[in-house]
Design a protein around this ligand. Structure first.
Ligand SMILES: [Zn+2]
Length: 309
């Protein structure tokens, strides 16, 4: 009896081991083998991964109702800008099952060298490819926050849609139709924002991190100072003192903080200068909603109208 029970549990163990080995081997196979035409997964599924939230919202609009597309955002909806982002093991797994990876480019995905080195077969769409970029203040590297201007977002949507159509020609018509519909909404918002913002008397703003040069250029605003020079690092006492002097000299009426960052230093500057604090959102976090970018920009319009009148 004892012998039997021992042997039965050994058998169970062996079966479990074999099963685990089988799952492991077949799991590995799925990762290394290229999808073939006979593969039902390949017939029906195109896995598109986006690097972060602004790319995800664009892709969500472009791929809306396209059958077989699985859209995954690599980083969470609350991650924000990827300036110093390090890939997690979970991110690497997600990228391993991706057919297409949509990135903003212009240096915003700090981990890209690692991705391209590890996955040479991955098709990468760079949304800012071929676009005219603004350099970071006093530096030679480009500022990546192109999507924060509506004109920039429109161009990125066009780029993504064009390259997606080339890589997945079966759905090209749908991608183009979807992106045209989304671009119409963006164009309308852009017109509305121009109509409201062009007439405001104040043009000087202080932003929180260097997220707004494209937006400022689009709406003819003047960024006189940036509170946080290095994203993610609190400004030093000396930098805060400098910013206070600049804000006073420029008579900037408002400071704009971002919902993604703590606003302690902005409050100190506001207290010293009398400038009021408003929220300006660079649209790097938000809800899983195709209209999220449009809604964020409408809120930015409300804040700017209030701050600059
Ligand atoms: Zn940023």
């Amino acid at each position: 009896m004892r012998q039997l029970s021992f042997s039965s549990s050994t058998k169970n163990c062996l079966a479990l081991l074999l099963l685990t080995a089988f799952v492991f081997i077949s799991g590995c196979n799925t990762n290394v083998s290229q999808p073939s035409a006979s593969d039902s997964r390949a017939e029906n599924n195109l896995t598109i991964v986006t690097s972060f939230y602004p790319m995800y919202i664009m892709a969500k609009n472009i791929t809306a109702d396209v059958s077989g597309v699985e859209l995954i955002n690599l980083t969470g909806p609350q991650t924000g800008c990827l300036h110093d982002y390090q890939l997690t093991p979970e991110n690497v797994k997600t990228l391993q099952k991706a057919d297409i990876f949509i990135v903003n480019g212009a240096g915003s995905e700090s981990f890209m060298d690692k991705v391209t080195a590890q996955q040479k077969q991955l098709k990468i769409i760079t949304a800012t490819k071929g676009m005219k970029l603004i350099n970071n203040t006093g530096q030679t590297d480009p500022n990546p926050h192109v999507w924060v201007s509506i004109a920039g977002a429109i161009q990125e949507v066009k780029n993504i849609s064009k390259h997606l159509s080339e890589l997945d020609p079966a759905h090209a018509q749908q991608y183009e139709k979807n992106s045209a519909a989304y671009i119409t909404k963006l164009e309308n918002l852009r017109k509305e924002m121009h109509a409201e913002l062009d007439k405001l008397p104040q043009r000087n703003i202080v932003s929180f991190h260097e997220a707004f040069p494209y937006f400022a250029e689009e709406f003819n605003l003047n960024i006189v100072a940036v509170v946080e020079r290095e994203p993610g690092s609190e400004p030093s006492a000396r930098e805060i003192a400098e910013t206070i002097e600049i804000v006073k000299a420029a008579k900037a009426p408002a400071l704009f903080v971002e919902p993604q960052y703590p606003s302690g230093s902005a409050k100190v500057i506001a207290k010293e200068t009398g400038a009021r604090v408003y929220v300006l959102d660079p649209a790097v976090t938000g809800p899983d909603d195709p209209n999220a970018y449009l809604n964020i920009m409408k809120n930015n319009l409300t804040a700017l109208k209030e701050a600059l009148r």
